[in-house]
Design a protein around this ligand. Structure first.
Ligand SMILES: [Zn+2]
Ligand SMILES: [Zn+2]
Length: 257
């Protein structure tokens, strides 16, 4: 009924009660979770989590723009080896983060381009993070899309130009529970505009708990709150949003039902 397309289950926040978290996800009628692993330790953890919940938790790997400065040839070799030895459903998250600027901007751009190229070469969806970097994100997607790019703009913040460019490139737009925050009118307006056939839902947990649980740890079961808000602003039954976003996620990440 629902798929959380972006969770970070390898974070220490989930070390003590992952079983309970997954039980609650199943109770909330989640059908699958895409678990995003962003460094070597996370990849190791993600591998064992995926093995523990086969057909339920799937793995994506990549280098976050925060960590772009750590990228070397070896990083790419490590990613490729992991993808060869393990089932991976997406590449990312990758992209640009000009809010924190934890890596030099040129390095972020270089590593984003490289991962977009890899995603197309390996025919994997690109999971794209873009924060306060709409213009450069648009330019890089346009320049690197050789026609075979598929993917998602995750944790979408509502920039209309970026939204338009992503839709033109055939990408999906994914919303987190920040769509439930009182000040997030710009995100809700985006959710109204973006066609349901291009909409995905995610938690980005442990971050960004929905308004009702704000300040607490977020977890996959709360993705229902994202679907509820999208249904509300679009004026649709929740079931329509659940069915469409689940179908979209299965198609994009190649998850068999
Ligand atoms: Zn992100
Ligand atoms: Zn994330």
């Amino acid at each position: 009924m629902f798929i959380d397309t972006h969770a970070h289950l390898t974070y220490p926040e989930f070390d003590l009660d992952l079983n309970g978290v997954i039980a609650r996800a199943k109770e909330a009628r989640l059908e699958a979770i895409v678990n995003i692993a962003l460094d070597e330790e996370a990849r190791r953890k993600a591998r064992s989590i995926a093995a523990e919940y086969p057909g339920y938790i799937f793995t994506a790997v990549g280098i976050h723009p925060h960590e772009a400065s750590t990228w070397t040839k070896q990083t790419e070799a490590d990613l490729r080896l992991f993808m060869k030895e393990n089932k991976v459903v997406g590449l990312g998250e990758m992209g640009l983060d000009y809010h924190y600027k934890l890596s030099p901007l040129e390095k972020q751009q270089e590593v984003f381009r490289r991962q977009l190229q890899m995603a197309q070469e390996l025919d994997l969806p690109a999971i794209i993070h873009s924060r306060e970097a709409a213009e450069d994100t648009i330019t890089i997607i346009r320049e690197e899309n050789k026609g075979g790019l598929k993917g998602v703009l995750h944790c979408f913040a509502g920039d209309p130009q970026l939204e338009q460019a992503a839709l033109e490139a055939g990408l999906y737009i994914s919303y987190t529970a920040n769509i439930t925050y009182p000040k997030a009118e710009i995100i809700r307006e985006s959710a109204v505009r973006v066609p349901l056939e291009r909409t995905l839902i995610e938690t980005d947990c442990p971050f960004l708990a929905p308004q009702v649980f704000r300040g607490q740890r977020n977890e996959p079961s709360y993705v229902v709150k994202v679907a509820e808000k999208i249904a509300e602003v679009k004026g649709l039954p929740l079931a329509d949003v659940a069915i469409a976003t689940t179908k979209n996620a299965r198609r994009l990440f190649g998850l068999l039902s």
